[in-house]
Design a protein around this ligand. Sequence first.
Ligand SMILES: [Zn+2]
Length: 359
Amino acid sequence: MKLNVSSDGRQSLLKTMRDYTVAFNTCSDWGFNNHTVSKINCHNATYQNVRQSVPNLPSSLVQGARDVACESLKSVKCHFKPLRKEYSAMRYNQRVIRVCLGSKYATLSTSKGRIKVTFGIPEYYRQYLSWKIKSSNLSLRKNDDAFYLHCQLETDTPEVTTEQSVLGIDRGIINIAVCSDNTFFNSSAVKNTRAKYAYLRATLQSKGTRSAKRKLRKTSGRERRFVADQNHYISKQIVQLPYTVFALEDLTKIRVQKRRGSEFNRKLNNWSFYELERFIRYKAENLGKQVITVDARYTSQKCSACGHVYKGNRNGSQYLCRNCGFELHADLNASRNIAQDGISVLGRLPVNQPIVACL
Ligand SMILES: [Zn+2]
């Protein structure tokens, strides 16, 4: 949500972000040089230094910066040093922020004392007003130069998940996305455009001149934007469907269709699969909806009617079950399996597991 901040408040938040960055980078520096992600060791080694260089940064934020720095180092296994830019988004833990969703204001500790900000809440999110805040992130957006607060909310009483509320999504090359509710997102336009770019790229590469190289860079950027546009469009349509949970295959195990030029197709499409997933995730989260992944191993071989698993049941785009005679479009069959797997994944989650929405 966008924050209304006074000009004094703005200066306080900017100063806090700069101080937080100093604290973060000191910790990430130390952890990287000493090859450790231990928060305690990092604290003992850096706390005094950080306190001296940014004396006004609230100590909870010093600790927060240290925690985030250690976590980032851990996620890259200390292979390189994570550095924060001056005004990157920062985590505001519950000790330094108080958010009153009902009264639409928040108070934040900053390097220049505590400040109060107000915000509006879009109609859709009113249903979450009784939820608890789990974590908050403050960011400064470049395009409108305004501060945004991103809150994750949780509740102890999960909604009952019914079969109808889980949508299975099968991603593919011929069909970019096929949903278990029979929605198809076809890719013939994408394929043709990308084939055109691929041809252009091959021609330019064989030339190898400087101007050809320049043109090549331009072309690949254009192609990326084209696919990103498509993915934005498709993900937007999907998350607006009347479902609360979207199930996708675990991408690390996604199958690749065995067809002519599959090597080519795979290279071409892998990043766009990931991109589509990223878009669906953040668009769904923005609507307070959930995205889960399921094991991809048998989704294309299993019969969604009787559960029989047999490789030969699938023939190109047709699925025909040898066991029960069930016949369906192969991608649609896969997406229904994904939806069913999604329901059982949800069923395995502990009952009191909080469901998280993002504001
Ligand atoms: Zn069957």
